[in-house]
Ligand binder design. Structure first.
Ligand code: EPZ
Length: 445
């Protein structure tokens, strides 16, 4: 099993760059199914989730080329009639469900396994299916699959009970080439959705945000190919901001977009850090001791749920009592158990966690329970006395590309102990037609 081995690290210092946003590139790859022409997407990070999605896109019949070195993906979906109704493994990576809208609109029908729950919650897709019904599709759910059928879809009106990111994305994509006008109320408006809309409009779509969560889509007959560079990953930015906070560092995060991380900057200001907007990104630096602060996660522009675990790591060593309210997912405190093994003082009750700052954390063997909880363990390990070994890092590598190398470049004492099979996995990916960089076998220092 691969491990991250992390030691207490001095104030982080230096410059760090962000990769393309995972949660923008995944829907945009799916949007490539909406046209027969080639789309080129730049800034696609070599993440496990990206490889899983590319594999299922290929199974629909699309031609997908991905170069890990240039981080450029080319998708040409001349044909999209492949049967993906048994791709149960792939749909465990939930974003795969975002091919449903494009396939329904393109083929007049789509059938996919229902994505299961995951450690952070049951994660239903009822709002996605309700959206397709509003366009006139007939929905059938049986044997663990969902089928949407509708040869003559029409623009419709959808009110989302919750501003679901995935449902908003799936419905926008389906409506983009569906005749008529579609209006989504109470839509999610995260930066990743804005980037998807930007990408679709470059393909010839007509999608507009009318304000207060209303999105209007006027369907067009066909979309054309385009070239697009993905926005930088704001959650990765938040992760590096937290790393600076727990080590009282002073870092520059290049290519970060201040407007995407305002909630994180506001919380850092409450706990004795300063975030300055620069020409080329952000400067994040310590202006005193870490003080307790509270977080309530909300859909954008509120504090993002994906940064909740990462910021809880700051709270564990901040003077005083901090309170976290997680309003988006029902089980997103999985980091608490592992942080307590490092000496953190955290009590959780349902969707509320109370964190008492402690004088010090101590290094321990911990395991990443999910993607962002795993990132939180790295952050805490940078501040913990001694050495921390983090297992199950495949969770972390679903959403972070070479996070150990990036953190090491700004002074973190972190190294990855790679297991044998990783090399074979890389070779397999190469054989599948991806251009893979396979460094010679070595323990990464
Ligand atoms: C996206 O997931 C992100 N993933 C998640 O990031 C992120 O945490 C989440 O949005 C919220 O911002 C990608 O973009 C690939 P939702 P998604 O639909 O679309 C309920 C990460 O760490 N809901 O906005 O699945 C759902 O149960 C990942 O990068 C329904 O009830 O999230 C949840 O409680 C984790 N019915 C809430 O809405 C539905 O049909 C938010 O889910 C859909 C969702």
């Amino acid at each position: 099993m691969s491990l991250f081995v992390v030691k207490k690290s001095g104030p982080l210092n230096g410059e760090i760059s962000l990769s393309g946003a995972k949660n923008a590139v995944l829907p945009e790859l799916c949007a490539g199914l909406l046209t027969e022409e080639e789309c080129v997407i730049k800034g696609v990070p070599p993440l496990n989730d990206v490889f899983v999605l590319i594999d299922i896109l290929r199974k629909t019949g699309a031609d997908v080329k991905y170069d890990e070195i240039s981080q450029e993906a080319r998708i040409k979906a001349a044909y999209t009639g492949g049967d993906v109704s048994n791709e149960h493994e792939a749909v465990k990576m939930r974003a795969s469900f975002l091919i449903m809208g494009p396939l329904l609109a393109r083929n007049g029908s789509a059938r996919l396994p229902l994505p299961g729950g995951c450690p952070i919650g049951s994660r239903p897709v009822d709002l996605h299916l309700k959206g397709f019904e509003s366009l006139g599709a007939k929905i059938k759910q049986e044997h663990g699959t969902a089928e949407a059928k509708g040869a003559k879809l029409k623009g419709g009106y959808i009110y989302l009970d919750f501003p679901s990111v995935g449902a908003t994305e799936n419905i926008i994509m389906a409506a983009s080439i569906t005749e008529g006008v579609t209006v989504i109320e109470n839509a999610a408006v995260e930066p990743e959705i804005m980037d998807l809309i930007n990408f679709l409009n470059k393909m010839g779509a007509s999608v507009f945000c009318l304000g207060n969560g209303t999105i209007k889509i006027t369907g067009v007959k066909r979309l054309h190919g385009t070239e697009h560079t993905v926005i930088p990953d704001r959650i990765e930015a938040g992760t590096f901001m937290a790393a600076a906070a727990v080590t009282s560092g002073d870092i520059i995060i290049k290519n970060a977009v201040y407007g995407h991380i305002k909630p994180a900057a506001a919380k850092l200001a409450e706990c004795g850090m300063t975030v300055d907007e620069l020409e080329e990104g952000l400067r994040v630096y310590s202006t005193g001791k870490r003080k307790a602060f509270n977080i309530k996660t909300m859909p954008f522009p509120g504090f993002p749920t994906d940064m909740q675990a990462i910021f809880m790591s700051i709270m564990t060593i901040a003077k005083g009592t901090s309170i976290v309210t997680e309003t988006v997912f029902e089980n997103r405190f999985l980091q608490a158990g592992e942080l307590k093994r490092m000496g953190a003082d955290i009590k959780t009750e349902g969707r509320v966690a109370v964190v008492e700052g402690v004088k010090k954390l101590t290094g321990s063997h911990v395991n990443a329970p999910d993607l962002r909880a795993g990132a939180a363990l790295i952050i805490s390990a940078l501040a913990a006395e001694g050495q921390t070994e983090i297992g199950d890092i495949y969770h972390i590598e679903r959403g972070y590309s070479r996070i150990d190398e990036k953190l090491r470049a700004i002074g973190a004492d972190i190294k990855k102990i790679e297991e044998e099979t990783e090399e074979r996995d890389k070779k397999d990916r190469n054989d599948l037609g991806n251009t893979v960089s396979i460094p010679e076998k070595k323990e990464t220092e």
